[in-house]
Design a protein around this ligand. Sequence first.
Ligand SMILES: Cc1ncc(COP(=O)(O)O)c(C=O)c1O
Length: 443
Amino acid sequence: MRSARQTIDAIRAGDLSGAASYHELPDRARRAVLVSFNDADLPLLTRLINDWRRTLFARGEERFRAIAKGRIRTPVYLMHEALIEENMRTLRYVKDRTGCRILHALKSYASFATFPVMTQYLDGVCASGVYEARLGREKFAKEVHTFGAAYKKSEMRDILRYSDVVVFNSFHQLDIYGDAARRTGRGIGLRVNPGYSEIATPMYDPCAPCSRLGVVHNEFAGAFPSRSRLIDGLHFHAMCEQGSDVLERVLGSFEKLYGPFIKDLAWVNFGGGHHITRDDYDIERLVRLINGFKRKYGVQVYLEPGEASVYHAGALVSSVIDIVKNQMEIAIMDASAEAHMPDVLLMPYRPHIFGSAGPGVKAHTYRLAGPSCLAGDTIGDYSFDAPLQRGDKVVFTDMALYSIVKNTTFNGIALPGIAVIRTDGTVDTVKRFGYRDYKNRQS
Ligand SMILES: Cc1ncc(COP(=O)(O)O)c(C=O)c1O
């Protein structure tokens, strides 16, 4: 391992390996590296960290493809542990620069087989309810912050048992459960509607008209003062796959509405939707926003990204079962959009396949579709250099997030297995599902 001094020299020389050795250093040495740079020079380190990550992800693509060419049983989600770790390192860099705390959103990805490479870097998890809170406590074993749109009385005991912080979505719920949370020593938060978002799809927009998510400002201003002793922090979430430019505008609106109430709080949670590990994400702006906010209000800042943790670090490998013709060639896969990649239909979006292009770009175009009875179970139209054959495998990229956690057994289709490419390069099949998994959910 290089010393802090050698790391600083490598970074100053613009050497990519400077980013790699920064990540390897222990906490104190990383701090020493950061203080040796002035604010004007730190963007150089940020750029190297992003370039280094890009280099590793390019290598990761080759590994995904090589494994798919081998004998791996499909359909299977293939997680790349070293790539997840690299995303973690980028998130920790944001923590290093700001002192903020970062929670992984379990709703996006909860495959605990890879948690060992995540727990070293992050502060804990955010959970959407009692099961995620329990999984977070059992498998992540750091902070657990739980937010649910409404908690049932019957689950509150376990919510309090497994959570360090409970975030309420209404003053009514705060009034009925707040004292119990205090008595058990739990932190208490309130989710508010920041009054601004830039999400085009209403389905994903927590600030869309009539949204149930977060107390609105009018109500907050009247009810907060008499309950402020019960509330440690405010939480907002209003972003989806967005950059820090959007956060700046959301934060502007949040501050305008709630700024006068923040100074006696302990923390503010900026929610998820921060695409921090995307190549074009402006980390410097995020750092400026968090540091500025902390200076102004003297509170701790939390982020709770989900996608950013595993962005492009997992794939879904699927085989062509059959090819049929109806005005075009249609490849029927052993993975389903409906059951295994639901956001493809919901968002909708077209996942990338390694080695493919848009329809008509390469010599052979196919519609890729799932095996279910749903007429619309189609993944998209793709072209390839060579004709697809029955038995060929294709690799859908960026499939770790919002996939496994949302899977169904619709039509009794088998759930894809889960395999992990470990940091030592071995492939570890951690889960296979079968008939019993389908049957047990029916009655
Ligand atoms: C309250 C909350 N926090 C965090 C997240 C994670 O968001 P993402 O995975 O887009 O970063 C979500 C996503 O819906 C959310 O609703």
